[in-house]
Design a protein around this ligand. Structure first.
Ligand code: SF4
Ligand code: SF4
Length: 92
């Protein structure tokens, strides 16, 4: 974002974003941040499927998932859908 551009906080309600979502980082929307317990996680990938922002990625080289906090909005859907309750939403 350049200094002349408005941030999402300055856009009026129902305003239309002028950029594709890949260029508009939405990570600072969140109040709560998903934190994963590596011991509880079975790498089932449910959270990857359910995340509405595509903010959880499967990393084949690590054989593990990774949160992209630049885009995670903190909605908590991943924590809600995780079958082993491996994700906890923590206040930022
Ligand atoms: S849904 Fe839960 S157990 Fe499955 S990959 Fe995500 S964090 Fe791990
Ligand atoms: S909190 Fe919401 S946006 Fe963030 S990773 Fe989980 S499902 Fe995706």
């Amino acid at each position: 974002m350049t200094s002349q551009e408005k941030s999402w906080k300055e856009i009026s309600p129902a305003g239309v974003c002028w950029k594709p979502s890949t260029e508009f980082l939405t990570g600072d929307w969140k109040t709560y941040k998903p934190i994963r317990d590596l011991e509880k996680c079975t790498r089932c990938l449910f959270c990857v499927l359910f995340c509405p922002d595509g903010a959880i990625h499967w990393k084949p080289e690590k054989e593990d998932i990774e949160f992209d906090y630049n885009f995670c909005k903190g909605c908590g859907i991943c924590a809600n859908e995780c079958p082993t309750k491996a994700i906890e939403m923590k206040l930022e």
